[in-house]
Design a protein around this ligand. Structure first.
Ligand code: XMP
Length: 522
């Protein structure tokens, strides 16, 4: 029996968590696509969706210009699940009522399922009382006809509702955020028990899907892929390699900002495991010249992004072929944090936190059309795909490493001296922390080149630099917590770095969460 591959369509009302909802659906192993609320019903139903999820959003449903559910969406017999704004807008569309809440609810709130809710599939395998994460100042005050109230909180009488015949449901809270303990359970109840969707989102399916997309974008033309040595570009290259084979050429621009031994690993190990066609261009001197005297992180990123493309163009022009496409391993968090994402397509905007070199830092007059097969995916999904494509563990399990490399891990000028100090310290830290790599997301090692601190080495006063260890735990790098390494491990890293790297007098641990801190220091 063939699996139904039709998607769950997530309609975005400008929610902060829109892609996260799409991701939660995929975590249930069900294919999902995210579309802005401005999409017409014809376009939505052309995809034959198996179910529809309506996201939250910042607007007030009672405002004249508030985003609306595409006309006819609730009449088609396709199961619908509304979250927060989506929930209120279902009530609004079907002649229920909403009003300004007497008390807005923000953060964790206790929710109580009533007798009617307890009998409903939406609440299967969930406790009757649950902490849920809320963020609203509007509430549903009257149910639409044919709907039943399922749950309440202290301040919100109608906190969840549904119409079993129409298979339309909604909740006031946010099941997609980790703080709502049974959020994923509820989403899966809706998808699997109410909409009866069978699991269809597997690594093999993503690969098949992407390979088809890549083939239709590139056709029989030629593409070039920039390898950075990291998992993202490696997986993107392997995917495109599968799609267009010998029409892909991989180029590794050695910008001189990699960690110890990494250049060799790209040159030898990657090629061996993928059979990819690779050209290595060593422009490290050029990058260092351009970075001379530069201390501002955004300026470093822009310089590296720009030079990266120029180096690419130069390397490509040395080849006889005509390449029109550039493959990049951009992930979804890169796009969001560079101020893009589905919200941008829907007309809203997100703040630019950092210009990731493979998104915000590209020059306007770039000669290539971009191919970004991973741009809707999160790191863990990319790792799964890499594994399914047969990439070895040392590539698939590699910690994330920023495109601008060690340049954004040197607070101060990027020069040969500072790079070799950082490389030496980084090498030691990696060696000692290796056993923890399954638990930590990544551990940037940062050189505070512009800071000097007093120490004692060999009974003498020594004026050297501090090194920062930044071990973090994270699910997708959008948020992160600092990771508590055992004292003996920290002591070992600290002793070895201060003993073996003569310019370092002090080792400190960064204990900042993200937000407010980012993972990389620059
Ligand atoms: P931040 O520092 O923004 O990092 O919390 C989030 C994740 O992204 C990585 N990172 C980058 N990746 N190009 C990349 O490809 C970049 O310019 C870049 N800057 C940060 C970072 O290592 C972390 O995993």
């Amino acid at each position: 029996m063939s699996v139904n591959r039709n998607p769950v369509v997530v309609i975005d009302f400008g929610a902060q968590y829109a892609e996260l909802i799409a991701r939660r659906v995929r975590e249930a192993h069900i294919f999902s696509v995210l579309l802005p609320y401005t999409t017409s019903c014809d376009e939505i139903f052309a995809l034959n969706p198996q179910a529809i999820v309506l996201t939250g959003g910042p607007a007030d449903v009672s405002e004249k210009d508030a985003p609306r559910i595409p006309k006819g969406l609730l009449d088609a017999g396709v199961p619908v699940f509304g979250i927060c704004y989506g929930f209120q807008e279902i009530a609004n569309t079907l002649n229920g009522q909403t009003r300004k809440a007497r008390v807005g609810e923000y953060g964790l709130v206790e929710m109580q399922v009533n007798n009617v809710g307890q009998k409903n599939k939406l609440f299967e395998n969930m406790p009757d009382t649950e902490e849920v994460w809320m963020s609203h100042k509007i509430e549903v005050s009257n149910l639409p006809e044919g709907f039943k109230n399922y749950a309440s909180t202290l301040d919100t009488k109608i906190a969840a509702f549904g119409n079993e015949d129409k298979k339309i449901y909604g909740v006031q809270w946010h099941p997609e955020v980790v703080h709502t303990e049974y959020g994923q359970q509820m989403l899966e109840n809706f998808l699997k028990k109410i909409a009866n969707i069978k699991e269809n989102w597997t690594a093999d399916f993503i690969i098949e899907n992407q390979v088809n997309k890549i083939r239709s974008q590139i056709g029989d033309k030629k593409a070039i892929c920039g390898l950075s040595g990291g998992v993202d570009s490696a997986v993107a290259a392997a995917l495109v390699n599968k799609a267009i084979g010998k029409n892909l050429k991989c180029v590794f621009i050695n910008h001189g900002l990699l960690r110890e031994r990494e250049e060799k690993s790209v040159e030898i190990d990657f090629c061996k495991s993928t059979g990819a066609n690779l050209l290595v261009a060593n422009d490290s001197k050029l990058f260092l010249e351009k970075l001379k005297g530069v201390k501002d992180p955004e300026q470093k990123r822009k310089i590296i992004g720009e030079q990266f493309i120029r180096s690419f163009e130069k390397a490509v022009s040395s080849l006889d072929d005509d390449f029109g496409f550039l493959v990049q391993g951009t992930l979804y968090p890169d796009i969001v944090e560079s101020g893009g994402g589905a919200k941008k397509e829907a007309g809203a905007s997100t703040a630019n936190i950092k210009s990731h070199h493979n998104v915000g830092g590209l020059p306007d007059d770039m000669k290539f059309e971009l191919v970004e097969p991973l741009k809707n995916l999160f790191k863990d999904e990319v790792r799964e795909i890499g594994k399914a494509l047969g990439l070895p563990d040392f590539i698939v399990k590699r910690q994330p490493f920023p495109g601008p490399g060690l340049a954004v891990r040197i607070v101060g000028e990027v020069n040969g001296r500072n790079l070799s100090i950082l490389r030496a310290a980084d090498e030691i830290a990696r060696e000692v922390l290796e056993p923890y790599y399954e638990k930590i997301w990544q551990c940037p090692i940062v050189l505070l080149a512009d800071v000097k601190t007093v120490g004692v080495k060999g009974d003498e006063r020594h004026f050297g630099h501090p090194i920062v260890l930044r071990p973090v735990a994270s699910e997708d790098a959008m948020t992160a917590d600092w990771f508590e390494l055992p004292k003996d491990v920290l002591t070992k890293v600290s002793n070895r770095i201060t003993n073996e790297v003569k310019e370092i007098t002090r080792v400190v641990v960064d204990v900042t969460q993200k937000p407010p801190g980012t993972i990389e220091w620059e």
